[in-house]
Design a protein. Structure first.
Lengths: 79, 705
């Protein structure tokens, strides 16, 4: 698809280097937000399953998720 | 080290680029005799190309005196191209050459060696200037094509007395001891990195950790000698082999070298080539910290080359090798406290404790003690012997138990399998049969290292002698599935479209990998700018941008949509409520209700003030502060007062200052007005009259109709 010539350029706003937590369902997102230490690093909720992490706090969020017993898939850094 | 051997051309090019032009022309003239006056860049490029030109290399090598030629051959045998000057001087000494720096300077002059320059050196004018800063720790690179060609001429090494006999028991290792321990330490570094001092030494706590670790210090499968502080040796090997990476003062687990997947011989070759980097370990003393590095690499290399110079079937006594090297090596004696006896012990410990487990040598014993000779792998690496076939005949070497433990029989173990198992199972025991354990954490580690669930289960199934228990496969499936529940993007790119239709179009064009809202999607890889017209571009690791404009009322503000970001949306939902705007603008207002809710959630006035500064460039307005902070806990007061208006500001200043009248005043209300308690008004008017200030009392005058 990407190789086809574009039908028109889509107006878009680019948000770069955003830290996000994507959950499987809304209940899990609620569970995460109920954790006080994690909630303070969450800037907001983009949707019921997508949490926006404060800049520079992603490592703290990962650490807290692991402390909660979760095994998050990390995208965007070397394994 | 494979990266070391493939990256040489770039390192040489970088070194030559900083040569001063006269030096570069002089070196190039000796290396390939240029026929034209090429510019420096082209001259450097042609010099690099010449270093791979075999006929020219052979001509240059033939012109060299014996000592630099022997040094090149020794470096060639090491399969390592970067050395310190101190190490090269030690190697020259061990080979019996006592000309000091001269052979190294000849290699530099002829372009057959190039300095590895630090950032401090901008332009290199001559070798003396370079060496004066750090005479022995200065590093240089010897291109592998040069060193490899030099090995054809051989080395002037002696024929030792040796012995031929029918050995009753020959100790030969499987070559997996060090890969296994490297796998163990790799797992430990994944869990907690080792901290390094500025000089790459260990802190006490980490040294103790390496010394006390039961797996790293576990007895070798065929233990012939104690290996002091094997954990430190393993760490040194791992760093030198590129498996562990020092970064910002910490040692972290890197990627397993690709050689491990190619088999045992390439793995042993890789670990052999890592020898010059093991400079904090000694075969007798273990962890050894010296400014110029432990002499281990520069003694072990010529010691093995001495073995390579002996006939295949001859056993050599370590004492004979020690005797040959002791009088020649310039710095070995600094770590030998007991002279020749210590040298013999040292050599024996090096052969049996490091080279035997690496499968470079095999050993046997008789009444005179230990005897060693090169293995087939050792002959391949050090004496151009044929590459032995070490292919494992037992690929099914695992037994997976229902409790998640995995038993691995060494006959079927390969470095590649060690690497893969290290990624997703925890080593629990090393021996003729090794034990690992599967757990949620270990499987998670495997997934984080890039493996998939299919990779993990296929390794278990392919190498298992019996079917893998169904409950274990189920556990692995469940653990990997658990990981799918939460995905953390550390630096995602989001595309925000103006309408849902554009987002759908972007999905169709493959620009968006996942829709997050009806207008926002997760970018699929790099953004293809030919498909989009940028309305705004926000970097979330940069400072927040100013994107709000407050109205004069101090509580209503408008959002600059092009400059705003997603964080703002979240912030706004906590602070303000939307207000209808006629012209399509996004307008919000702080109300007593939203202010109270924000305060109840713990937002302080100071934080709000900072937010206003970040987002609008202005401090928190008085009205917004009023909504958030109220009266600050101090109660107001309602009182009945008379307002006295005086003729001028100057007169009012005087009345406020003169003690006779000031004592009767309440508050000053303005430039010419003061408040007075009704009870004090009479006395005040009397005192004003005494100084000539007339006041007309309007309180009884009729009001406007």
């Amino acid at each position: 698809m990407a190789d086809q010539p574009p039908a028109g350029r889509l107006p878009v706003k680019l948000h770069r280097r955003v830290c996000l937590v994507l959950t499987e369902d809304a209940v899990l997102a609620e569970e995460l937000l109920a954790r006080k230490k994690l909630a303070q690093d969450v800037a907001g909720r983009l949707t019921d399953k997508v949490l926006l992490v404060r800049p520079g706090r992603v490592e703290a969020v990962l650490e807290e998720l692991r402390r909660m017993g979760h095994t998050p898939q990390v995208v965007g850094r070397g394994g | 080290m494979e990266s070391d051997r493939s990256a040489w051309a770039e390192a040489v090019r970088a070194g030559l680029a900083r040569y001063d032009e006269p030096l570069l022309r002089a070196v190039a003239a000796r290396l390939f005799k240029p026929r034209n006056q090429w510019p420096p860049d082209e001259l450097a490029a042609r010099a690099v190309a010449t270093l791979s030109n075999t006929p020219v290399i052979d001509r240059r090598l033939k012109e060299l005196p014996p000592s630099p030629r022997h040094l090149l051959a020794t470096v060639g045998r090491s399969r390592h191209s970067t050395w310190t000057v101190g190490q090269l001087l030690a190697l020259l000494g061990a080979l019996g050459h006592s000309e000091g720096l001269a052979p190294i300077l000849i290699l530099l002059d002829t372009g057959l060696a190039v300095p590895v320059l630090t950032d401090a050196v901008k332009t290199l004018r001559d070798w003396e200037e370079w060496l004066s800063a750090s005479p022995t720790t200065a590093r240089l690179i010897i291109p592998p094509p040069i060193a490899d060609r030099a090995t054809r001429d051989g080395l002037p090494l002696p024929q030792l007395r040796g012995k031929k006999f029918d050995a009753k028991a020959v100790h030969v290792a499987d070559g997996l001891e060090w890969p296994l321990r490297l796998g163990v330490l790799w797992q430990q570094l994944r869990a907690a990195p080792v901290r390094l001092t500025q000089s790459s030494a260990l802190f006490k706590r980490d040294l103790t950790r390496l010394q006390a670790d039961p797996l790293l210090g576990a007895p070798l499968a065929d233990q012939t000698v104690d290996v002091p502080e094997a954990g430190v040796l393993v760490m040194g090997m791992g760093i030198a082999a590129g498996l562990f990476v020092a970064e910002a003062g910490e040692l972290r687990a890197g990627q397993f070298p690709s050689a491990w997947d190619r088999g045992l011989v390439p793995t042993i070759a890789g670990l052999w080539s890592a020898l010059p980097g093991i400079d904090h370990w000694d075969p007798l003393r273990g962890y050894l910290l010296t400014e110029e590095g432990a002499p281990f690499p520069t003694v072990a290399l010529p010691a093995l080359l001495v073995l390579a110079a002996q006939p295949d079937d001859l056993w050599t006594h370590p004492a004979d090798v020690a005797e040959y090297l002791l009088t020649r090596h310039p710095s070995w004696v600094t770590v030998l406290h007991g002279g020749a006896d210590d040298a013999e012990d040292w050599t024996e410990a090096m052969f049996l404790g490091w080279a035997l487990p690496l499968r470079l040598v095999e050993a046997t014993q008789d009444g005179e003690g230990w005897w060693v000779r090169l293995t087939a792998v050792g002959r391949h690496l050090l004496a151009d012997g044929p590459a032995p076939d070490l292919h494992s005949p037992f690929p099914q070497s695992l037994v997976v138990q229902p409790n998640g433990d995995v038993i691995v029989y060494r006959q079927g173990l390969t470095p590649g399998l060690i690497g893969r198992l290290s990624r997703f199972a925890d080593w629990k025991g090393l021996g003729p049969a090794c034990t690992l354990g599967l757990s949620a954490e270990s499987v998670y580690r495997g997934l984080e290292s890039g493996l998939t669930m299919a990779d993990i289960t296929s390794v278990l199934q392919q190498h298992s002698a019996h079917p893998v228990p169904a409950n274990v496969l189920d556990l692995v499936r469940r653990w990997t599935g658990k990981r799918e529940r939460i995905t953390v993007h550390t630096a995602a790119t989001l595309l925000e479209f103006t309408c849902a239709g554009d987002l759908e179009a972007a999905v169709a064009r493959g620009l968006v990998a996942q829709k997050l809202t009806d207008r926002i999607g997760l970018a699929a890889g790099d953004v293809e700018y030919r498909h989009v017209r940028l309305l705004g571009n926000r970097d979330y690791e940069a400072r927040p941008q100013q994107c709000l404009k407050f109205n004069p009322d101090g509580v209503t503000f408008t959002v600059d949509v092009a400059a705003s970001d997603l964080l703002l949306e979240a912030e706004l939902s906590r602070l303000a409520e939307p207000v209808a705007a006629d012209n399509g603008e996004r307008r919000f207002r702080i109300t007593p209700t939203t202010a109270r809710a924000a305060r109840d959630r713990g937002l302080t006035v100071a934080e709000l003030d900072q937010w206003c500064l970040d987002r609008s460039g202005e401090p928190l307005s008085a009205s917004a502060r009023l909504l958030f902070a109220g009266g600050g806990g101090v109660a107001g007061e309602v009182r009945r007062r008379v307002v006295l208006t005086l003729p001028s500001e100057l007169v009012t200043d005087g009345v406020c200052q003169w003690p006779e009248t000031a004592d009767l005043l309440d508050d000053r209300l303005g430039p010419c007005t003061v408040a007075v308690a009704e009870a004090d008004l009479g006395a005040l008017l009397e005192r004003l009259a005494t100084v000539g200030v007339e006041v007309r009392d309007d309180r009884t005058a009729p009001g406007p109709p």
